[in-house]
Ligand binder design. Structure first.
Ligand SMILES: Cc1cc2nc3c(=O)[nH]c(=O)nc-3n(C[C@H](O)[C@H](O)[C@H](O)COP(=O)(O)OP(=O)(O)OC[C@H]3O[C@@H](n4cnc5c(N)ncnc54)[C@H](O)[C@@H]3O)c2cc1C
Length: 378
């Protein structure tokens, strides 16, 4: 491996020296942060270090739900965390989605305002959720100014060809993006704004001195005046004191299915399962709640337990009586904690972090990147 010290004068001077802002991690947050820094610093040298040849966390692995809260997820959150914190998070997600759609055109992201369904399995659950719908709608109206965000639809089985769901709560304000298109649009934006992206460089340690920040990497040392750390689920490796744990999320995509009746985005079981159509295939993910301990890992393999559970739900309830195979399987790494919500703070005079985006980074990633940029600008 060629170390930095073996590089040419040109390479060193152009790419590695006199960096004003160095961002670690090229996911949604790192990219949004670099672009916001450029807006306020037209002449600055801004670089992103990414450990892999492509981003290797969550931003290019996710399901592309542009979502801010399903009925069962919100009611579960309201049981476990304060009301204030739940609604603050929903507000952040809603505003984050608006920001994402300002940064990119709907065509750039293939954004579809398809709404989402939260599917219900137990008849008895409806008696618990129904009376709370008015309250949820009022709260969402405070945040979005939009009335009747949630409504109940009984005939989801007939409409989508499902089996044995008792109905679904429709959220008319959610939608879906094409995650691959977000990656492409981001790469174009970074190039257009003169942001240097260096792939395959892993930051191993961070120190600082009176001149700024020193990042020890697998190829040697890089210096910068300021550094923003956006490594989400991997924060613990570099900054063990941060309360961020890795959470693996497993996904599969079916073969193409002729006349697929499933269109749109769907959640199940407090958001622990999610599926959508991608053209005439189904993308299905989740099941982390089957074994939280095993999914607290940096490993990117899949497990039989979760993949079999996803396939069983597909075959028995989602596309019953349909012939299909599984064409794609993968895992991504999220960053989670006992508290839901990001960690965005200064960790040194010239260093700040924006991590722990949980399962909502498509929604909040742009805003968190921009807030991190503001901290670094101060
Ligand atoms: C399967 C899956 C489905 C999801 N579905 C959705 C969804 O539908 N809607 C939604 O809103 N959110 C969803 N999410 C969550 C969302 O994708 C994340 O919250 C978001 O992408 C986080 O972005 P990020 O930039 O903070 O982190 P990441 O995308 O994880 O980026 C961090 C980057 O840092 C790099 N890195 C790590 N350590 C180092 C190091 N030491 N040196 C250099 N580089 C390093 C990694 O390789 C990675 O590319 C999903 C996540 C997964 C995994």
């Amino acid at each position: 491996m060629i170390q930095f010290k073996q590089l040419s004068f040109w390479e060193k001077v152009t790419l590695l020296e006199n960096i004003d802002f160095l961002i670690v991690g090229s996911g949604i947050v790192g990219s949004a942060c670099a672009l916001e820094l450029r807006r306020g610093n037209p002449d600055a040298k801004i670089a992103i270090l990414e450990r892999s040849y492509l981003p290797l966390g969550a931003s290019t692995k996710n399901a592309g739900f542009a979502c801010f809260g399903s009925v069962t997820e919100l009611l579960d959150d309201l049981e476990n965390v304060s009301e204030e914190s739940v609604w603050n998070t929903v507000k952040l997600r809603y505003e984050g989605l608006e920001r994402l759609l300002q940064r990119f055109s709907k065509e750039d992201l293939n954004y579809e305002n398809c709404g989402s369904y939260d599917l219900i399995t137990g008849e008895e659950d409806l008696a618990v959720y129904h009376p709370k719908l008015d309250y949820l709608n009022r709260q969402i109206e405070f945040i979005t100014g939009q009335k009747n965000c949630y409504s109940f639809e009984k005939n989801v089985n007939g409409k989508f060809g499902f089996k044995s769901f008792k109905g679904g709560y429709f959220n008319r304000l959610e939608g879906a993006i094409d995650t691959g298109k977000l990656l492409l649009a981001t790469q174009k934006d970074l190039a257009k704004n003169g942001i240097i992206v260096l792939n395959g460089i892993e930051v191993l340690q961070i120190h600082s001195d009176q001149n700024g920040v020193i990042l020890e990497t697998n190829y040697g040392e890089i210096r910068a005046k300021k550094a923003g750390i956006t490594i989400n689920g991997f924060a613990k490796k570099l900054l063990p004191k941060l309360a961020v744990e890795p959470a693996r999320a497993q996904v599969l995509v079916t073969s193409e299915i002729k006349n697929l009746p499933v269109k749109g985005t769907f959640h199940l079981d407090k958001g622990y399962y999610y599926f959508r159509n991608v053209g005439n295939r189904i993308l299905f993910g989740g099941g982390r709640n089957l074994d939280f301990k095993a999914e607290n890992t940096f490993d990117l393999n899949q497990t039989n337990l979760i993949q079999n559970a996803l396939e069983k739900l597909l075959r028995e309830q989602i596309i019953p009586d349909t012939r299909f195979s599984i064409d794609y399987r993968w895992s991504g790494t999220m960053g989670v904690g006992t508290e839901k919500g990001p960690v965005i703070e200064k960790i040194g005079q010239n260093t700040a972090v924006g991590v722990r985006l949980g399962g909502m980074g498509v929604a909040i990633g742009s805003l968190i990147g921009e807030r991190l940029a503001r901290i670094l600008n101060d």
